[in-house]
Design a protein around this ligand. Structure first.
Ligand SMILES: Cc1cc2nc3c(=O)[nH]c(=O)nc-3n(C[C@H](O)[C@H](O)[C@H](O)COP(=O)(O)O)c2cc1C
Length: 224
């Protein structure tokens, strides 16, 4: 056996185990220690320029879970049954534009960049946002770019969950204006610094899913 084969097999098994769980077992709760492990894999996820433009709102309040269930069509059928439910927020232009206080604070305090390095880095980011990716033309691009980063954390959390036998379902089934309005009313968007990106339910399956279907390897991989 080639070194690492058992590990690869275990990882692939987790990828086969993971499926978009349609129905969660209301009687089973994920131990908090396991759920913290899942969240930690989200926290450790990579993001462009290291912005970490996310927040993971773990919805514990019964009332809020009910409100989300009635607002987001994709959450209906997942709530209240799912053991844990996370609304993933992305930072808005108030934090992600190259000249914001958030970025200055983040790069100096969290990333511990010396001032001169930080200034150079922010200049590079300014050029990237203005020229390379044209993120400052219109309202959507910068937010969508931050939102893209949150999907990396989403994927890592779902994969980590699968590796410890926890099921999940990513949820884009919502009207973003309605969800943002609800979260705003609940005081969770911090004065427009955050908006909803995507949601994800975690728990344990009630029944086995259909066998996984995917396009053939040769179709999705092109070596050039
Ligand atoms: C970003 C994203 C959003 C999704 N939103 C929903 C959703 O709202 N409701 C749902 O039941 N499934 C949702 N799905 C699940 C997909 O339909 C599912 O992942 C896909 O059909 C592949 O099936 P599998 O995950 O079981 O392998 C979503 C998946 C992703 C990646």
């Amino acid at each position: 056996m080639v070194n690492g084969d058992a590990k690869k097999e275990e990882i692939l098994q987790a990828f086969h185990f993971r499926h978009a769980t349609k129905e969660f077992d209301p009687s089973r709760k994920i131990p908090e220690e396991d759920f913290d492990f899942i969240l930690e894999t989200g926290r450790l996820s990579p993001s462009s320029f290291g912005f970490e433009p996310w927040r993971f709102l773990v919805i514990e309040s019964k009332e809020l879970r009910e409100k989300i269930r009635n607002t987001a069509w994709g959450a209906y059928g997942k709530l209240p049954e799912a053991s844990h439910f996370v609304v993933i927020l992305a930072r808005t232009i108030k934090d992600t534009k190259y000249d914001t206080d958030y970025l200055k604070d983040h790069f100096s305090k969290v990333k511990e960049l010396p001032n001169d390095m930080m200034e150079k880095y922010l200049e590079r980011i300014e050029e990237f946002q203005k020229e390379d990716f044209r993120l400052l033309e219109g309202n959507r691009p910068l937010f969508d770019w931050a939102s893209k980063q949150t999907y990396i954390a989403l994927a890592n959390m779902m994969t980590a969950a699968a590796q410890i036998g926890v099921d999940s379902c990513p949820i884009e089934g919502f009207n973003s204006d309605s969800m943002n309005q609800l979260l705003e009313e609940e005081g969770l968007l911090e004065d427009g610094h955050f908006k909803i990106s995507v949601m994800v339910a975690f728990g344990y399956r009630v029944k086995e899913p259909r066998e996984k279907t995917r396009r053939p390897f040769e179709d999705v991989v092109k070596r050039v």
